[in-house]
Design a protein around this ligand. Sequence first.
Ligand SMILES: Cc1cc2nc3c(=O)[nH]c(=O)nc-3n(C[C@H](O)[C@H](O)[C@H](O)COP(=O)(O)O)c2cc1C
Length: 360
Amino acid sequence: MRTVPQPIADILELARWAPSGDNTQPWRFEVVDERHLIVHAFDTRDHCVYDLDGHPSQIALGAMLETLSIAASTRGMRTDFRRRLDSPETRPEYFVELIPDSQLLPDPLFAYIRHRSVQRRPMHTSPLTDQHKQALQSAFGTFYTIRWFEGGIQRWHLAKLMFDNAKLRLTLPEAYLVHRNIIEWKTRFSEDRVPDQALGLDALTLKLMRWVMANWRRVNFFNTYLAGHLVPRVEMDLLPGIFCAAHFAILASKAPETIDDYVAAGRAVQRFWLTATSLGLQLQPELTPLIFSRYVREDRTFSRLPGAMNMAAMLAKRLPGLLQGNPVEQVVFLGRIGIGTAADSRSLRLSVGRLISGNK
Ligand SMILES: Cc1cc2nc3c(=O)[nH]c(=O)nc-3n(C[C@H](O)[C@H](O)[C@H](O)COP(=O)(O)O)c2cc1C
């Protein structure tokens, strides 16, 4: 294995902590020299029902590029990213140049890169203060705005939406294949997946779920005859949805269309999430209702399960009402946020060595 030159080694050491859907880390790095590298990104749309058109992977890629930029600022370097226009959208490549800049100050968000993590369990319900909200809005420029869903009634509506949406998530055969591959069982930390203990389930339910998820026949039987999805949905969606300070939607001024739009949104999302961490707030993305609603809007079949499309259509109808006039197409991120302690089980990351393409 080749050694990575400085300062790239230190910069990648931090950049790899960016979040990605199901901790897929859809990027590999090729180091050209101590000032240049190539990011070989990829998406998982061919096998992951949630990665619709690769957009969630592109948001994650944006989060990683932003993290890389923040990390470079601590070394007195600006970053220039250029997407290779002839690289396929499913495997985009970015040339990264690190440019020394004596005027550049270290980005204060760098201190939170390692601490930022998902919290899937209930949080305090104390509302966010105006200072919190101002700091979170200032995390990105005016192109993105935040719509807050606060107070018991709005939180209940969002929690109920997540709870109902989770029925779809937990009964789809296509989603089962994803969950089976991305959950690492009996563990608190996982380098390349999501540890089961980070899912937000109590120990007994987790044990049962592990047994059930061993094969689709069990999943289907439990769901069909024993409402096997009910307790997991209460623990993973309903209670956390109620117990938080607020849900939020990040809206772009113009609906994203291109890969560059989604990558830009990802950069903004990461600044938002790191700022939340700096304020002592915890966060959980809640993207799946957005994804299923887009399948419905574009009339694209996503499951062989009879009735799945109808169920998704019913759920999709509720989103515009909840967003109160804000166009669903402009929402780039949905989540919940609140005061609370960091999760004691979390995803880790592949080492820099393993993320360097060509290394085994
Ligand atoms: C685009 C995107 C979508 C995500 N969607 C969800 C989600 O719907 N539910 C959830 O619990 N976590 C979601 N996550 C969080 C990832 O699962 C998490 O970032 C990853 O497992 C790494 O864990 P960490 O953020 O704690 O380091 C999402 C992350 C990204 C970047």
